[in-house]
Design a protein around this ligand. Structure first.
Ligand SMILES: Nc1nc2c(ncn2[C@@H]2O[C@H](COP(=O)(O)OP(=O)(O)OP(=O)(O)O)[C@@H](O)[C@H]2O)c(=O)[nH]1
Ligand SMILES: [Mg+2]
Length: 295
């Protein structure tokens, strides 16, 4: 039996969480078009008859983290790299940026094997550019053990990726049961699903100043009742999220309810309040309570 731990790292928005969900065939990590969607490490497990692959999805690497929350997000990356057998760095096939180079140089200090997964190849019309991409990296002195091109969203070229992943799995007993997909609690997944709707419906800046907490979650045979709170940093933000006559929060609640019914497999009754908690993203104690601090 083979079982390996893999960290998924990369700059924001390159498709790390999409890849995790695709590989384990379940949505355990939220996705959005906006950068810095993932805020903490999220574990996902793939198991077949011979292999168990345990992935740790991480927040997008930030060169200059400003808030305490951003610094903690970068720390989840360092922590994840320490836990694993192999590091998977994800980049975007359309461009190799300076931040990719800086992150690659930073992980090069780890003695663990490193694979570069070049994602979003479906967006590239001229595939001959891929060879040039790797040549460019080599000229920059980048040193990966393997290079793989994929499309996580379109599920393309995943067989060669799986072969590489299996080859880096050490002989080890399975760590999780064969049915386990994640170690994250239902509460965490509910909060994340609601946060995903904030990223979906709000403008560019506001989602970064929000967080979601479940105040009450009662599950009976037929229905799950959820009371959730969205915290914002200022009163003016509360009004934006509520929308005119409460129409925006209604939209957010409806979409959240639909997705949560799929996740929980039963009817969901959800009420979402919006409250102000000043500077939560710079408050170490609040971040600890929210589970966004890694000790
Ligand atoms: N066309 C295309 N889009 C992709 C692919 N993979 C991911 N995306 C899109 O890229 C955007 C970002 O995807 P995420 O999976 O949230 O990216 P991430 O790296 O986890 O982002 P952070 O958590 O913010 O660091 C989403 O709109 C995805 O649908 C791909 O292979 N092809
Ligand atoms: Mg992500």
């Amino acid at each position: 039996m083979k079982c390996g731990f893999f960290a998924i790292v990369g700059r924001p928005n390159v498709g790390k969480s999409t890849l995790l969900n695709t590989l384990i065939r379940e949505k355990v990590s939220i996705i959005s078009r906006k950068p810095n969607t993932t805020r903490t490490s999220v574990l996902g497990v793939y198991t077949n008859d011979k292999h168990q692959i345990i992935f740790i999805d991480t927040p997008g690497w930030q060169k200059k983290p400003v808030r305490v929350l951003d610094r903690y997000m970068n720390r989840f990356i360092d922590w994840s790299i320490e836990q694993v057998d192999c590091i998977l760095m994800i980049s975007d096939a359309r461009s190799w940026q300076n931040d990719d180079k800086l992150l690659a140089e930073s992980i090069a200090r780890s003695p663990k094997p490193k694979v570069l997964i070049i994602n979003k190849v479906d967006l590239l019309n001229d595939k001959s550019k891929l060879l040039k991409y790797v040549e460019h990296l080599m000229k920059q002195g980048m040193d990966f053990d393997d290079y793989i091109f994929i499309s996580a969203k379109k599920k393309q070229y995943l067989d060669s990726l799986n072969d590489v992943l299996f080859s880096y799995c050490p002989a080890r007993e399975f760590v999780y049961s064969e049915t386990t997909k994640t170690d994250r609690s239902e509460n965490f997944r509910i909060c994340e699903s609601i946060r995903e709707k904030l990223l979906m419906f709000l403008g560019d800046e506001l989602p970064y100043e929000t967080c979601v907490v479940i105040e009450e979650y009662v599950k009976s045979k037929k229905i799950s009742k959820i009371n959730a709170v969205i915290y914002v940093e200022r009163e003016s933000q509360r009004h934006i999220i509520l929308g005119k006559k409460g129409d925006l929060i209604k939209k957010i609640s409806t979409k959240a309810r639909e997705d949560l019914e799929l996740l929980l497999g039963q009817k969901v009754y959800i009420r979402i309040w919006v409250k102000v908690s000043e500077s939560w993203s710079n408050d170490r104690e609040k971040l600890k309570l929210l589970g966004l601090k890694n000790n």
